[in-house]
Write a protein that binds this ligand. Structure first.
Ligand code: 4NP
Length: 155
């Protein structure tokens, strides 16, 4: 099982999701990675503000940014976009229905037991203040906890 978290720049939201997943998941069979729909930050470490927010919660972010590539659609089983814009971008890149079905929104996992697609975004914190990073942390942490429960139930 391989999960790919996707945002725009791959320096804030999706590296956080990858870091929280790796921190919380006890299942070594499930691999996590992250990437961006854009390539401006390729090769960079996560944004310092995001890393510092994660560090306050004892989570270290170590990924290097990369852009999504076509092989990701067959390599990964679940592709989780941080917002609707990233999801639409991925849907346009996916070349088959099978690939499109792998694409979900992060906040679809916010209330997994309500059984509805949220259609809500993890907001982009890049141009905002420190509160935005903490808000993103809270949202993503909750979604990842639920995602892990969902994966455990499925197995
Ligand atoms: P991310 O945040 O998509 O959560 O990594 C952003 C990072 C950089 C930019 C936008 C969003 N940017 O425009 O450079």
């Amino acid at each position: 099982m391989k999960i790919l978290f996707v945002c725009l720049g791959n320096i804030c939201r999706s590296p956080l999701a990858e870091g929280i997943f790796k921190h919380l998941s006890k299942n070594e069979q499930i691999k996590a990675d992250s990437c961006g729909t854009g390539n401006w930050h390729a090769g960079n470490l996560p944004d310092r503000r995001m890393s510092e927010t994660a560090k306050k919660h004892n989570i270290k972010l170590k990924s290097r940014a990369r852009q999504v590539k076509s092989s990701d659609f067959y390599k990964f089983d679940l592709i989780i976009a941080m917002d609707r814009e990233n999801k639409n971008h991925l849907m346009n890149l996916a070349t088959s229905d099978k690939y499109k079905q792998k694409i979900k929104l992060m906040r679809d996992f916010e209330n997994i037991y309500s059984n509805s697609n949220s259609n809500l975004d993890v907001p982009d914190p890049y141009y905002g203040g420190p509160d935005g990073f903490e808000h993103v942390f809270t949202l993503v942490y909750k979604c990842i906890k639920n995602l892990i429960s969902y994966l455990e139930e499925k197995n």
